[in-house]
Design a protein around this ligand. Sequence first.
Ligand code: ZN
Length: 479
Amino acid sequence: MTQYKIISLFFVSFFFQYSLLSQKSIENYEIHIDTVELKQHLYILASDSFQGRKTGEKGQFLAADYIQNQFQIMGLSKAPNMDSYFQNFKLIEKSKSGIMSLNGQTLNFLDDFGFYDHFETLRSVNNELIYISDFKKLSGQVDYSEKVLIMEVSSIKEVDLFKAKEIYAKAIVYILTKYDQRYFSSFNDDELYFPENKNKIPYLFISKSSLNKENQKKLAEFKSSNKSNEIFGSLDVFLNENPKYVETQNVVAYIEGSDSVLKKEIVVISAHYDHLGFKHEKIYNGADDNGSGTVALLELAQAFQQSKNENNNPKRSLLFLAFTGEEMGLYGSLYYVNNPIIPLRKTITDLNIDMIGRVTKPTEKDTFSVYIIGSDRLSLDLHNMNEKANKNYSHLKLDYTYNDPNDKLNLYYRSDHYNFAVNEVPSIFYFGGFHKDYHKETDTVDKINFDKIKQICNLVFHTTWMLGNMEERPKIIIH
Ligand SMILES: [Zn+2]
């Protein structure tokens, strides 16, 4: 054996030991994700004293304080340029009464008309109405940004809200043949909305049966002669109440990366901590939705902070985001992407956890299962990395049922990762599955399987570790 060979053997064995060592140390941090602690946190956050953590109410503030205190105790930093762990912002309480005038006819809020989604820009409006028979009849030559469109549809089910979102108009008024005010009253139920939502336009619904003879006649005439893009008349809306603002907050913590260059990029790990609150004498504890994701976030933060304490943390920085306002419309994440603490172009991924605490399939007796949503929509690298982390470490059954773009439940649009995805940040939504207690007061902590939470945390942990250390960030594929 030559000396050269001896040297090369020395290097081989050195690298071999090094990789074993780093392997061992990853596992040393992973053990900080602990079912006893997951349980302790969740028994507090999903207890009655947190009153269902409704956005803008006492229980949500208590939960925000709890999460902040835990971040502090664990030793996580505040995010760069932040003087606290809170990212505060304001929401507006929806109006509960009002009137409108359609071509001079007075209509009453809820009895005759209702709102869907955001309507701040219509709080007080005086506008010309442009009739269209169909979205296909919109003209490419017309700037609709200051126009209110009016069209007739048979029921709310026929309204293509996803299509409507793409239309750049001031508002859309739908005349509904089958109008049911209960739909709008329950939607309106003391909720809050996001004031600076540029992505959404207001939709108004008017009951066709409430229209007076002149308006009925006019509508029939426009319809029969297909008068698309012509002026139908005028609309005035007055919502009576002065808007009331409510402050709420995301809770944010940070671990600076270990590489002087790559630390400028971040991996976001997120979970919403708000839930539905207290209504009809019942507390909606939201143990699974999303107490489970919130405690997972805390344990992940602790595990990674431990690696930081031992100077062995990932090269990229990590941002732990506990979102408020999710149940009311993904508001916390929407505020965040509109006001990111670290620029979104430096945000390589969002790994979002929502409802991972329940065993939801009979097959889970043997192996826990998790739904993976969105992983391949923007980046195959991200998808492959998550697969690899699972294969090498977590051994969960990955279920892509809800990732199908044709899936009727549209889960891809229904949690906070979506606000990152629309901004071209590759994202994964980890979801444990639906159960009969979903959005009911029976979503309680006694039904939670902490081993399942731990195993999904393990997958998020290893995916994050890989994302944090890989040379190249996940490449974006645009469809
Ligand atoms: Zn929910």
